[in-house]
Design a protein around this ligand. Sequence first.
Ligand SMILES: [Zn+2]
Length: 380
Amino acid sequence: MVHPAASNVYSVFGGEMIVEPLIDGGAGCDVCCWNTPVQDAYTALFADRLKDIDLDGFRLDAGFSVDNCSSLVHKGYGSECGWIDDKGNVQPSKHLFAARRAAQRVYRLFHDPKAQDGRKSGGVCIQHVHGGNRYDPILANMDAVLSVEGAELMMKSLDEFPLDFYRANVMGDQHGYQVVYLPKSRAMGYDSFHGLALLHNFNPRGGYPAAFTKTPTVAPPVRRGNLARTRVDRPVRQGHGVLGLLEKRQALQTSSPHLLSGFQVRRGEKLLLCAMNFTRKPMEGTITIDLKALGFGGKVYAFDPIIKEPVALDGKSLKLTFTPEGFRCVEIASKPFEVFVPEKIGENLIPEADPSKCRTAARLPGGPPANMWTRSRRSN
Ligand SMILES: [Zn+2]
């Protein structure tokens, strides 16, 4: 059977580079096979853009996707397309190794330690992760992957997806890649996705979903920037005390099966905890952590870095309140937290512009902005 092509150029050019039988990739596009010279063309175009516009990296969508192809003439780019079964029929194979070769070649353009001839060292390679490329040989050649259109795209509430779903389908830790995450569900709060990101070690993606998400779980936008900051100093990034999931489960209990929690720890020094309410009702819950087992001996301190308030820690129990499908982030440390306190650090250079005398500044809610004459201090 002849499949109608979306493009009519193949009689002139390129017919040898598309998969057989033809796959409609959508949007008037036919799907190419990586096991063809299209791999050379793709790599060369990236190399050209490095030279003429100094490209810093890329973010691909379908990208290095693997598809079925049964063309017996596709050879030489890492895979063997097509094979003949015991009855003499041609069967398709997946051009996995050709797609890997393409990913490797492009990665090398942006990560060349001896960068010259237009090549780059330290570019950023990001690829959307999906069913067509969820293979370690391919994704090992990415700096990060992006996940926004998984099954959670249709999510109506958090309890539809158990934790295991994220561990098996979304997290990249076990494969060595970092996931940028924020599914485009229209029925979920922005805040809930930030909580999931914290719980599962994703980097939250900003922008798009917030534009149309109108649910009671939406949190004030202030959370976003603060969350990003708290993630920067996550202890696990320092290479200390990475625990297995089972070990974490043994050290942590929550007061309700609908209250889920996880943490990263630098043994005996500091711990970053996320707890999340998986119900659509406000909740008050208790989280118990075996701090002794995690190396904390003496006094410990707890602080919420998002709302910037100390949290009461009774021995090893935290009592927390949650918004519907909301999350809490708590830092625990063996040393007291140094909390930002506005403080004057010198004389004003222009005395008449002193914020206390400036009409505009005085009218601001809460008075003049603290950073007009102070410097932020924070350690721990
Ligand atoms: Zn092929």
